[in-house]
Write a protein that binds this ligand. Sequence first.
Ligand code: SF4
Length: 309
Amino acid sequence: MRHTREEGIQKLKKELNAVILVHSYQRGEVQDIGDYVGDSLGLCIEASKTDAEVIVFCGVHFMAESAKLINPGKTVIIPDYNAGCPMADMASGDELRKLKAEHPEALVVCYVNSTAEVKAESDICCTSSNAIQVVESLPEDKEIIFVPDKYLGGYTAHQTGREMILWQGYCPTHQKILPEDIRKRREEYPDGVVLVHPECSAPVIQEADQVGSTGFIVNFCTESDKKIFIIGTEHGIIHRLKKLNPDKAFIPVTERALCPNMKLTTLSSVLRSMERLETKVEIAPEVAERAYKPVERMLALSGQGVNRK
Ligand code: SF4
C-alpha cells in the first residue's frame, strides 16, 4: 500500500519513537505534522521535556543545536542541513573572544539565535520571549555584551534602561519590514492591531501597538477580542494564527518577510530525513559542555528545571 508523505511520517514517528518539533516560521504543511509548534523558547522547553528517543527538528540549524545541547544522549536530526540562520552566522567564537578581551568584566548575553561556539563564550542565553527578564536578572554594576542581534539588543536595552555593548548582527528577513509598510497597512485596515517582533528595527517597533516574540503574538491575538491583526514578523506565523483563530483576519505587514532558510524544510525532506535518520546534529563535546551552561541558566530563570538526557 502506498502511503502519503504525512502517513509515512506518522508511521516512522512511531517506529523511531520520535517527536517532531516545528518552529512557527516553517511552511504550513510542516507545521501541520508537528507535535509541537512554537517559538525558540517553547521549542527549547519541549526539547527539555521529551521522552522521545529521536527529535526531528524542523527549524534552522541553531535551534536543532540547542535541542542537542539539552539532549546530548538523543538523536537530533534536521531535515535540511542547509537551513542555517544568517544572523547566527554574523558572530563567531573568535570575534566574541576578542570583544570579551576588550571588556573583561562584561557579562555576555547571547540570543539563542547563535552558534554553539558563540554560546560557549556566553554567560546566559535569552530568546525574544525572555530577553528583558534575562537582562534584568544580571547585576546592575556589570557591563553587558549582547550578541548577535543589534535590534533585539537595542529594544531590550531600551526596555530595561541598561546600557549594552551591541553586536552588529541582524535578521535579514525582519530587516525587510519597513515603517512605511506599517503606515500603509494602517490606512488599509484602520481597526487593525499592529504586532511586530523585536528583531525588527527601532523605527518599525516605534510604529507598532505591541512588540513580542512569536509566542507572545500568538497568545495576544488568540486572547484579544479584536478581529483584525497586522503582523510584522516572518510570514509562516500567519498559518498558525489563522488555524488557531479562524474567525479573525491576519494581514502581514509585508509579503517580503519570508525567511528562505526556514522554507527549506518540506514534507519530503522531513520524510527522507526520518527514513535515513539524517542529518544528525553533532557538537564537539568540549564545546557542548560550555555551550549548555548559558542555555541551562536561561531555562532555570524561566522556571524550567532540566533533566538533561
Ligand atoms: S527569520 Fe531571521 S533570525 Fe529567523 S532563521 Fe531566518 S534569518 Fe535567522
